[in-house]
Design a protein around this ligand. Structure first.
Ligand code: SF4
Length: 312
């Protein structure tokens, strides 16, 4: 069931009906008042949210930082929890959300959540492996305000499937890239360089020939199944997560981004987004990321991330 925007919470009878502390904290501000308060307090303004709605995936990629796969779950966030987050995000001035996983198309509420976000005036990106898209989801993806993103590796099916650990995945993803282009759905594709001998440049040429206009590039991130010879640390991040974005994981955990998942700054089951964004914890984690970006791991201090943004 679609719910109207709650915005801030106005309990009819808060004495006899103590409100849920998550939905209704003592900070009962009018919609947009939270945004103004964030500005006043010079706190963590956020314009972009990653919503990792599931840990389930048909694939089991050898580099997956989320360690997703067929045995993954949708976590503890119910549809109403995600809708509450979307409502709060809108009130805090968020402009765009990305549904990611795992594979978000495996979540039964993806279409409803996309439509809820659109009704809140949010732009939506769905980061999918594009191995399977149902006819009804194609219709949802074709709406104004929705775009797609996916990862690609090589023009060689065997090489691709060695990375994704699933036979046939190359053909399925390629066919759905073609379908997205045919439907004129905005699509960005990230070339992820996982192995030394990967045919990345040939893949770029293939994507261009298919009509893909936005092609990014990313490297292996040594987090989750991507770990090779290092443990997760700030050197695995691009540094952009020290800015105006946060990620919410399937159990409600809030982190600077989906890759920096070992850094936790709160949980939306326990606190409103407003409280998390005004906490000392987020300020500390952003300072730590920025300091690492500017001085230690990204030594050319040019006040910009030293590399292209990560590709979730
Ligand atoms: S990298 Fe993406 S497609 Fe591959 S297992 Fe992880 S979530 Fe699934």
């Amino acid at each position: 069931m679609n719910q109207p925007s709650r915005g801030a919470c106005y309990p009819v009878d808060s004495d006899s009906n103590p409100c849920n502390p998550i939905q209704c904290s003592p900070q009962r501000h009018q919609p947009n008042e939270n945004k103004a308060l964030l500005q006043d307090q010079n706190m963590a303004m956020v314009s972009f949210l990653w919503l990792e709605i599931t840990g389930k995936c048909q694939l089991e990629c050898v580099h997956c930082y989320a360690e997703s796969g067929p045995s993954g779950t949708h976590g503890t966030m119910a549809r109403s929890d995600w809708e509450r987050v979307l409502d709060q995000a809108r009130d805090l001035g968020v402009k765009m959300v990305q549904f990611i996983g795992g594979e978000p198309t495996l979540h039964p509420d993806l279409a409803a959540l996309i439509n809820h976000a659109l009704r809140q005036g949010l732009l939506v990106e769905v980061f999918s492996n594009l191995t399977h898209v149902s006819p009804s989801l194609w219709e949802v993806f074709s709406q104004p305000g929705v775009r797609l993103a996916t990862s690609y590796y090589t023009d060689d099916p065997d090489q691709h499937e060695k990375i994704t650990q699933r036979r046939g995945s190359y053909a399925h993803t390629k066919a759905n890239i073609i379908e997205a282009v045919r439907r004129s759905i905005s699509l960005r594709v990230g070339l992820i360089n996982v192995d030394d001998d990967q045919r990345v440049e040939q893949a770029r040429s293939e994507l261009k020939a298919l009509g893909v206009q936005e092609i990014g590039m990313d490297r292996l991130r040594q987090v989750g199944r991507g770990i090779r010879n290092q443990q997760p640390n700030i050197s695995q991040l691009c540094g952009s997560c020290g800015g105006g974005s946060i990620a919410i994981l399937p159990d409600g955990t809030v982190s600077p981004c989906p890759i920096s998942r070992w850094i936790t700054i709160g949980n939306v089951h326990e606190e409103q987004l407003f409280s998390i964004l005004t906490s000392q914890k987020i300020a500390r984690s952003r300072n730590e990321i920025r300091a690492g970006r500017d001085y230690d791991y990204f030594p050319n201090n040019d006040c910009q991330p030293r590399e292209e943004k990560c590709f979730p």
